[in-house]
Design a protein around this ligand. Structure first.
Ligand SMILES: Nc1ncnc2c1ncn2[C@@H]1O[C@H](COP(=O)(O)OP(=O)(O)OP(=O)(O)O)[C@@H](O)[C@H]1O
Length: 237
């Protein structure tokens, strides 16, 4: 079966500085994968490159076997921060924009998600709190029928009660064969839904493990494993 994400020898520099180097990564279809790493590790950069919005990299990124930019964009749904929209634009107009631009955007799915996330479409972008804006981004991102969903720190401004509710229902919103790559700083909260973790450190993929292996073989919580891996200590400590 073709991998959902297949990255070979990816390197990316910005302003003469290496941001990502020698990234090799294979992620299977149907998985929910946590992308972990400290501030500035390169998680957002990697997601932007996978999504096709970041350019100028070396190496190859294939999504569901596709390597062309347009073909990849057609099957990847990225949690874009909506910074390109005017602040006074109403939410329902933004939803219409998504409908027009993405043929796989499902109205039915959006309406279900909007109800679940309590999105008020009568409001303008500027009237949304940080958490409300993040809920809108999650709703718009998951309303596409994509092969790969990239959620970049989707929950950071969302209150803990809603956060738990959304995380627990992610599996319900995900098409069975689709893959979700999600970055988050609250590792312990998303751990329960993750199949794998990918740890970014020193500009590259430091580790990739299934959460089952971490729990069974290493007898550790995902958070402990991640923290120890990041500190450079032996994961078996
Ligand atoms: N526009 C930019 N110009 C130059 N360097 C940048 C730019 N954006 C990001 N970087 C650098 O790229 C590196 C990776 O940043 P990135 O935002 O991808 O990290 P991150 O892992 O997503 O961090 P965080 O967890 O804080 O969101 C950082 O060292 C950052 O300083």
């Amino acid at each position: 079966m073709t991998n959902a994400i297949e990255i070979s020898n990816l390197s990316y520099r910005k302003n003469m500085r290496a941001i990502l180097a020698s990234i090799n990564l294979s992620i299977g279809a149907g998985k929910i994968v946590g992308l972990l790493g400290e501030n500035g590790a390169g998680k957002t950069t990697l997601m932007r490159l996978i999504a096709g919005v970041g350019k100028g990299y070396f190496g190859q990124i294939a999504i569901d076997g596709e390597t062309g930019i347009a073909e990849k964009k057609a099957v990847v749904s990225f949690s874009e921060p909506l910074t390109g929209f005017p602040r006074n634009m109403r939410i329902d107009r933004i939803v219409s924009f998504f409908e027009d631009v993405y043929p796989d955007f499902s109205d039915k799915r959006y309406n279900e998600l909007a109800g679940f996330l309590q999105i008020d479409e009568g409001l303008k972008l500027s009237q949304l709190s940080k958490g409300m804006r993040e809920k809108l981004i999650i709703g718009l991102t998951l309303s596409r029928d994509a092969k790969v969903y990239l959620l970049d720190e989707p929950f950071s401004g969302i209150d803990s009660m809603s956060r738990k509710k959304i995380i627990n229902s992610m599996i319900r919103w995900k098409p069975e064969t689709a893959t979700i790559l999600v970055s988050d700083h609250y590792v312990s909260e998303i751990a329960s839904i993750l199949d794998e973790v990918v740890i970014i450190k020193d500009q590259t993929v430091f580790d990739q493990k299934s959460t089952e292996e971490i729990r069974e073989k290493f007898g550790q919580s995902i958070e402990d494993y991640y923290e120890k891996a990041y500190e450079g200590r032996d994961s078996n400590d």
